[in-house]
Design a protein around this ligand. Sequence first.
Ligand code: KIV
Length: 271
Amino acid sequence: MSHQPAAPRDRRVTVTDLGRAKQQGRPITMATAYDWPSARLVDEAGIDCVLVGDSVAMVVAGRDSTIPATLEQMLYHGEIVARGCRRALVVVDLPFPLQHLGTIRAIEASARLLKETGCQAIKLEGTAGQAEVIAGIVAAGIPVMGHVGLRPQAVHQLGGYRVQRDRDQLFEDATAAAEAGAFAVVLECVPEAIAREITESLPVPTIGIGAGSSCSGQVLVFHDLVGLSQDRVPSFVRSYAAVGNDIRSGLRRWHEDVVNRRFPGPDETPA
Ligand code: KIV
């Protein structure tokens, strides 16, 4: 059976399209991107949403967690990615700790992300404790994607990158995000049975990462998806390309050719 896209190919995917996709049982796709070439590749592949994740701190900058990502960095990468996307809905992460500093500061930062990057939505990690902040940002007219379960910004408090199994807490957090007006909720590292129950109970789509196949959609980090990650590839990832190997071998061959005077050749040399 051929897959129906969440929105027609000739216009931007909207948050309404994603809600409709859930109602119609059409899986939603989201991949991260941090720069112009990756944004174009993801967009041209027909993927519904592009997430400018604060994972930029880990996969691009080589940091140990997402905590060091700053608002200025999210603005910089967000603008580049939004410019590279014609069709995908672009979502930019609100970096730590802005959602914990009060509703006004969170609205100010979210509005900067929307105005200065050209994205269509922001994502924020949080428990039910952030519901008021989500409601405030949504009331300002900014679409919010929630993120519950393993919240990488809280990795030190959660004791590492591990599956979250507290069913009641997961339900409370996801329900609070949806009731506060989030248009979708990311479920990260949540057991399949709990992710399925939450997906069935929420009125909005769930986007899973390490949460099984019952979510309304799936998200993966670009570098993990295409085989560009150097290490730390989580067990829930499937690599669909081995781009890192290709690049490594190309660079080695170029180096060998230069040191053995095989590059440049006559074709690459001006007369
Ligand atoms: O920052 C990120 O890349 C994310 C995804 C893993 C969901 O939040």
